[in-house]
Write a protein that binds this ligand. Sequence first.
Ligand SMILES: [Zn+2]
Length: 260
Amino acid sequence: MKKQKTPEQDIAELSDEEILRYNRHISLKGFDFSGQESLKSSRVLIIGAGGLGCASSQYLACAGIGVITLVDDDQVELSNLQRQVLHTDNDIGRLKVESAKASLQQLNPHIDIRTVAQRLSSGELSELIQRHDAVIDASDNLDTRNQINQQCYRHQTPLISGAAIRMEGFLSVFTYHDDEPCYQCFSHLFGAHAPTCAENGVLSPVVGIIGSMQALEVIKVLTNYGQPLRQKVLLFDAFKMSWREMKLPQNPACPVCAQQ
Ligand SMILES: [Zn+2]
């Protein structure tokens, strides 16, 4: 069952103030009023309010996504501030989702920002994904990433996946059409133990670059504007400042997306 938004469905009209605010979007050839209205009518779920979540959500907030839901049960720590740009020294000890929401609301008071500050059961995650039009995976561990993919596949909700560590970044978009790979087709290639930023470090702009690209891909998917990064992965080498694109085939033995 595909969730298809028809053009007539739930399309929110822009106020005069919003037309001015989003003028540079509306002026984009092919994006127009309808693109901006689609953004206003959209709900995006961002799982993780760390480095990728901060970077992606600030552009999505400014861009005028109607509803942004942030999920994270962590509190802000001093060691987060080097890359998690929505939190400040004054937020240390505060829930990340609350701190992020306050910053995002200052960037754009016209949008609705919702927060979930708890670890979700698989049923809760499934319900939340079902209620959104796209999901940004900004989480920091492989189990969560695989779970998000499984539920996005189940509900046919586009998943914009990104990761950043050391001087490396990864980006891909999964829309789950026939013969398209899913995140697990990719993640099974690197086994059960993905490295973490806490162990390996990360240079802060690398997180910002990948998070911004996740925001860009969400906007493209929601508005059918441009070509999203489907069926391939983009690998970023910040050391050499080079990008590599790899085709991502479906794994015929994938436990999530392979046809029986
Ligand atoms: Zn798969």
